[in-house]
Design a binder for this molecule. Structure first.
Ligand code: SAM
Length: 193
């Protein structure tokens, strides 16, 4: 199935430019991924699933003018969000040099002027603030909240891409006001600021 069909089935409607850009991302990921062992699965279906996973929250979260993605790796979800939401200021925070080189190469190829890539651990970043803080497959919720305290502003929201076992994490992080949206095995934890 075409990526556009998959996304539109999930009510994610994006302009043609997005599909042009994402095609370049997929080609570069497949090329670099093989050489640098960047991301687990490089077949088209897996990449499409990762793109859908990255973008699905756009159907239920509030609009945001800036976001910071913690531990972007080979691009999920932060780079995909930046391609889909060029009207927002994006920050990708990733310490590993090969991954940062790949993210920077895609940024340059697509001319993503809305995007800043920082080769750092998030706890060492204190010179930016983001309205939305996202993260997938990096660490548990309690620790993510602690590690991102320097980039949080009063009304920042969090969007964490989680699997099962979320109940324990919610308890451990002592969250009161949050929303969990599930899609297949994914649980999206949205904590509104
Ligand atoms: C399992 S990968 C997940 C990558 C991507 N988010 C995904 O879901 O495909 C975890 C990533 O988090 C990064 N990471 C680990 N600790 C971090 C920290 N303290 N600050 C920022 N990134 C971190 C790692 O370098 C790695 O690229």
């Amino acid at each position: 199935m075409k990526l556009k069909t998959i996304l539109e089935k999930h009510n994610i409607n994006l302009e043609e430019n997005f599909y042009k850009d994402i095609k370049v991302f997929i080609e570069l990921l497949q090329k670099w991924g093989k050489v640098h062992n960047l991301s687990g699965s490089l077949d088209e279906d897996s990449i499409y699933e990762n793109i859908l996973d990255s973008l699905f929250p756009l159907t239920f979260i509030e609009n945001f003018s800036s976001f910071a993605d913690i531990g972007t790796g080979a691009g999920y979800p932060g780079l995909i969000l930046a391609i889909a939401r060029k009207d927002s200021l994006g920050y990708l925070i990733e310490p590993r040099i090969k991954r940062v080189a790949f993210l920077s190469f895609v940024k340059a190829n697509l001319g993503l002027n809305n995007l800043t890539i920082l080769q750092k651990r998030v706890e060492a970043v204190d010179d930016l603030k983001a309205e939305l803080i996202t993260s997938r497959a990096v660490t548990n919720t309690k620790l993510l909240i602690e590690l991102t305290k320097n980039i949080k502003q009063d009304n920042s929201s969090y969007l964490f891409y989680k699997g099962s076992m979320l109940e324990n994490e919610i308890e451990e992080a002592k969250l009161n006001d949050y929303k969990v949206v599930s899609r297949s095995d994914r649980n999206y934890l949205y904590i509104k600021g």
